[in-house]
Design a protein around this ligand. Sequence first.
Ligand SMILES: Nc1ncnc2c1ncn2[C@@H]1O[C@H](COP(=O)(O)OP(=O)(O)OP(=O)(O)O)[C@@H](O)[C@H]1O
Ligand SMILES: [Mg+2]
Length: 261
Amino acid sequence: MVILELQGITKSFGGVKALSDVSFVVEKGQVTSIIGPNGAGKTTLFNIISNFYKPDSGKIIFEGKDITDAKVYECAKLGITRTFQNIRLFYNMTVLENVLVGLHVKAKSGFASFFDAIFRTKGFFDTEKALRERALEVIEFLGLEDYINTLAKNLPYGLQRKLEIARALAPSPKLLLLDEPTAGMNYKEVSEIMDIILKIKDMGITVLLIEHQMMLVMGISDKVVVLDHGVKIAEGKPEEIKNNEKVIDAYLGREEAETYA
Ligand SMILES: Nc1ncnc2c1ncn2[C@@H]1O[C@H](COP(=O)(O)OP(=O)(O)OP(=O)(O)O)[C@@H](O)[C@H]1O
Ligand SMILES: [Mg+2]
């Protein structure tokens, strides 16, 4: 079953065509990876799916609904969350507080919660307690339980990346967008992220992943989409992509293709 459909997405920045008529579908419950050289348009595509940017033309259909004109917070409420290639944490807040911010996006809004918050009703405390429990659960899942009260700025780099994932995962999204979650990580950390993504998939969450680490892409993807200069040049199962001449020329190179053959 299709959860996300991109129809003819085009986006230019001044004279640069970042995306040209990109279309593909993401199947529910699968891991779909987007690969391609630097500047291929991968992050731009994430910015468009999460509605940080609007496409010049084309449509985004999520669970059968056109969300092209949705607001960023509406996307989050519908169940699309993301991480950022350049980590975006609240550096002067603790690990727990960072994850709680991710959760409050989804918490009930409107007059009732405003009233509850002002008057500190039982409902307010029940909600806060439930959010805290959920936050702690996700923190433990990412292996950050020893750092609950550590300020984000004092976390080692690899753990900051994990905290980004925790924050996006906390509201139990339907679709999780991960933009280079292993950037700058060592081999051991990459393997851990690989395991984490597979467990997220086991939770029934659909994952759309941007990655340069071919071990990870080829190891866990159900489908791989390849972008080059804003154009989709290939799409298929990892084995098909590894042997695709266009992809080898544009991105993988002969040596890499042989390594993962
Ligand atoms: N906000 C922006 N303003 C102007 N140009 C932009 C903007 N965002 C992206 N671009 C340009 O669009 C093109 C695609 O960039 P994008 O960041 O999507 O590539 P990418 O595939 O994510 O690359 P990388 O692997 O380096 O992260 C690049 O030429 C980039 O300079
Ligand atoms: Mg990018």
